[in-house]
Ligand binder design. Structure first.
Ligand code: NI
Length: 180
């Protein structure tokens, strides 16, 4: 278990379509998830995808079960590891909301996302996960799963007046960003 280096936007490894996990409950998969857990916690992340630490697999994690200091106004999300995820929008309602990314340190933007989704996938043991979620939870899952398609949130910004540095947009959060 160790904290890994988080790749930054511009690294071509962040722009690839990740490979599906073929075998569950293996030592290497457990090791990957332990490394991602440590890395995400160290950075106070709301989520992390395996490609962000240079691993070409469809593994994401998100949530902590408690309030995240980088997103102090959002509801807690249960700590979840999701493998080979599939997202289906429920309805066609979209919502703009603020996002950041550990691969784009120091910045935030308003990004449109589906308001309600169903997501499916597997846990580390290969057990199926199915949830229907809304709002910030749905947003975080869409953001993390985009990483598995090689997509970072700046690619989805529609209003670039709502894209900037945390220190300018949210001075009260800037001290936390400095930890990254
Ligand atoms: Ni991200």
């Amino acid at each position: 278990m160790s904290i890994q280096t988080i790749l930054k936007m511009g690294d071509s490894r962040l722009n690839q379509v990740a490979q599906a996990v073929q075998t569950f409950d293996t030592p290497s998969l457990h090791q990957l998830i332990a490394d991602m857990t440590d890395t995400m916690a160290h950075a106070n992340g709301a989520g992390l995808a395996a490609p962000q630490i240079g691993v070409d697999l469809q593994v994401v994690m998100f949530g902590s079960g408690e309030m995240n200091p980088r997103y102090p106004n959002e509801e807690p999300i249960p700590a979840t590891t999701l493998i080979n995820p599939v997202i289906k929008p429920l309805g066609n309602e979209q919502q703009l909301g603020w996002e950041g990314c550990l691969s784009v340190p120091g910045m935030r933007a308003q990004v449109p996302r589906w308001m309600h989704i169903q997501y499916t996938g597997f846990d580390v043991h290969g057990r199926a996960i199915t949830r229907q979620v809304s709002g910030f939870h749905a947003r975080v899952v869409q953001h993390e799963c985009d990483h598995l398609l090689g997509v970072l949130y700046p690619f989805k910004v529609t209003d670039f007046s709502q894209f900037g540095f945390v220190e300018a947009l949210f001075p009260e959060l800037a001290a936390l960003e400095g930890k990254q």
